[in-house]
Design a protein. Structure first.
Length: 356
């Protein structure tokens, strides 16, 4: 606006000087500048009158490095735009609007890192060719998109889909399974299957006792995400991807549970992946400030996959009796059992239960 006013003022001054000093040669540039300023302002005003810009973003969530579609529809007002451009902050460069009444842009962008992204609004800039006046139209409010961690395949050290399923599901010998099922006894309940009766106890004390089967959730594999003391942001991102990938793999192999930072209870995930969208969204927002696992894991019997973004073995794994796997970008001492999302999974065996 200042340029437009300055141009008009300069033309008016030249015309006034021409009249005051009798210099007809100044009339032509003076009136030309005034007409230029008036014409440019009128054209930009008419093109901006009723101009609209609509941004049609993609879904509210998208996985890392997956294409996310965006469509822009820009419309000039009463007349075609004399100049200007359509600017989308997600893209490099812009689309010119000179001489157009409408412009559409359809693009697909990708996000390299997980997390919540707040996208600045798109802008339709209408200006004259000389840059004297500009009017801007924004596409409403800024949009937000949640970038989810990428899910990658779990590859066992021996290779092959069967090896992956057996390694990552924490498979164990039949004797160990039987030991888990007979963890404790309780008085026989009317109608309970006879196969659950513990006959050695009946013979010894003369009372019907049945085996108490552990809850399925206690015997399922558990994925624990520990973001504390991360070596770097890249290492934390890799750990989150590994946790997400393990959850999908284990859930499809029969079910698992996921313990997120700060939670005292693990979230169960079945083969139908019914609760996965909510867990996936929470994984996208995990950062180092979330703290470590808050639940007690000493009583769990299913295999535990402890995923972290630092070197060394976490202290929380020492008190776990179940089969333990340490998953991290740096890896741990020992042969790799599997690899996933840039992380190495190492089997640590069973921990030692300390006396109280």
């Amino acid at each position: 606006m200042l340029r437009l006013a300055g141009t008009f003022a300069l033309g008016a001054t030249m015309a006034a000087v021409a009249a005051a000093f009798g210099s007809p040669s100044l009339y032509v540039p003076g009136f030309a500048l005034m007409l230029l300023a008036f014409g440019a302002g009128a054209w930009v005003w008419a093109a901006a009158q009723g101009a609209t810009l609509e941004r049609r973003p993609g879904p509210a969530t998208v996985e890392e490095e997956r294409e996310w579609p965006v469509e822009l529809v820009a419309k000039a007002g009463l007349v075609p735009a004399p100049g200007g451009e359509l600017v989308e902050p997600l893209l490099r460069g812009s689309l010119p609007m000179a001489g157009r009444r409408e412009r559409r842009m359809r693009v697909s962008v990708t996000f390299e890192r997980r997390g919540k992204r707040r996208l600045a609004p798109a802008v339709l800039a209408i200006r004259d060719p000389f840059g004297l006046l500009e009017r801007r139209v924004e596409a409403g409010e800024a949009h937000e998109v949640l970038v989810l961690p990428r899910v990658e395949p779990v590859v066992a050290a021996g290779g092959g889909a069967g090896a992956v399923a057996e390694t990552a599901s924490g498979a164990r010998p039949a004797e160990a399974s039987a030991e888990i099922e007979m963890e404790s006894l309780r008085p026989y309940r009317e109608g309970a299957p006879a196969s659950r009766i513990h006959w050695p106890t009946v013979a010894r004390v003369g009372t019907l006792m049945e085996r108490r089967l552990l809850a399925d959730s206690d015997a399922q594999p558990l994925v624990v995400l520990d973001p504390t003391h991360s070596d770097s942001d890249a290492a934390l991102d890799a750990a989150v991807r590994a946790a997400a990938s393990l959850c999908i793999h284990l859930a499809r192999s029969g079910g698992c549970a996921l313990l997120l930072p700060g939670d005292r209870r693990a979230a169960e995930l079945g083969p139908d992946l019914g609760g996965w969208p909510a867990l996936h969204a929470r994984l996208a927002l995990v950062d180092e400030s979330a703290g470590g696992p808050a639940a007690r894991l000493e009583s769990r019997r299913g295999a535990i996959f402890w995923v972290c973004a630092r070197s060394g073995t976490p202290r929380g794994l020492e008190r776990v009796r179940a089969d333990r796997y340490l998953v991290s970008p740096a890896g741990a001492r020992g042969a790799a059992a599997f690899r996933v999302a840039g992380c190495v999974g190492v089997a640590l065996g069973r921990g030692i239960r300390r006396a109280a």
